[in-house]
Design a protein around this ligand. Sequence first.
Ligand code: C2E
Ligand code: CA
Ligand code: CA
Ligand code: CA
Length: 422
Amino acid sequence: AYYDPLTNLPNRINLIQHFREVVIQQRKAALIFLDLDNIKLVNDTFGHNFGDLLIIEVSKRLNSVKDYKFVVSRLSGDEFVILLLDSEEKSTINDYCTSLLRLLNKSYQINNTKLHITGSMGIARFPEDGLSFEALLKHSDLAMYKAKENGRNRFVFYEKKMNEEAVQKMTIKNYLVNALKNNEFVLHYQPQYSIEEENEITGFEALIRWNSPELGFVSPVEFISVAEENYMIIPIGIWVLKEACNFIKKYNAYMEKEHIISVNISILQLLQDDFVDMLGDVLEEVNLKPSLLEIEITETMLIKSFDTIVVKLEQIKEKGIHIALDDFGKGYSSLSYLRQLPITTLKIDKSFIDNIEIMDDVDNLTESIIYLAKKMGLNTVAEGVETEKQLEYLKRNQCHKIQGYLFSKPLKEEDVYKVSGK
Ligand code: C2E
Ligand code: CA
Ligand code: CA
Ligand code: CA
């Protein structure tokens, strides 16, 4: 009864018994949570039992590692837990996990189909990371999620802060549910300035602020990702867009010149079937010209479903709405794909602007980015400009616009009118 009928590996109860012995004998051990990546265990077109055959194959491999003492157990589906015994040193665990990954990655031949799979692992150690089986299982699971987040096909050691992060996320999620309904969000607006005429505001970036009665001020850096995880970003995103468009409409009515509002968009919004229609509806409702709206998207969005996104962006551009690529240079930046994107503006990431301050001009790539962007007919915006030295550099290299604390922090709506009354 203590064995998994499919693989004949020990099951959870069996593993707990092994763990008891570890505790009684006060031995060191590590619990390794392994989840296979991207495996759907349905019996699909490959034929009957396909998933089962693969799991059996994987189990055999996991059990075949030499030179280590361990117990492999199947938890459920494609989740395995390995109790690695007498492993005191992190380096030993490291070596073991490395060989596991390598073993997993070798191709599989199942029903005449060649397959490649990978796995993500989280490691919790006894006694440092927990004294009970349950605690270690939970902690290794948390670490496994980190391994998935970091790009899969890897292992991650549990750290205490992961537990705190998980609790923090849960708390945020609980209060976020009612935040929109309870009017707890406001938008702040950070002016963007033309570099030629320093005092001239060309527009604003709308930045969301959440003042939770229970949690106090929560940074968007923390809650946007949580809002994305459970799709709350969809209604929140629509609220942001309407609020921002209304703001700029009202603001422009006071001013002689027209100003543009930039709104940050999440990938999940962009992937909604009705996103383009929604943009059109909001503009119509507010009676705002499309050319006064700019959406900001990030590079990381483009990794997934590149072609679908390009088609959508083309539809948006066709409407006359501007599109900015945010945080350029932060991640996978490659100038080569820029050509394929129907964007109008490149926002150079703050890390590049920071470099201006600390590097010699010759070592800084910002200049080349501005130059190439211009060649492609794109506007450039420098983000996070904080010093005169940076400003001077950006002027010299003819960046179009600047945004940053040197000129202004993001402002409450009522304060926007103060800075504008020059
Ligand atoms: P982001 O789009 O890159 O926004 C720029 C961030 O840099 C803002 O942080 C802004 O307050 C900050 N910043 C501006 N100038 C300076 C400067 O000179 N120095 C420094 N150190 N920081 C500066 P914030 O407002 O905390 O927003 C963080 C991120 O949250 C944004 O990064 C954006 O990714 C996301 N976010 C904010 N509002 C929204 C929203 O309405 N929707 C979505 N989807 N994401 C949003
Ligand atoms: Ca899985
Ligand atoms: Ca932005
Ligand atoms: Ca940015």
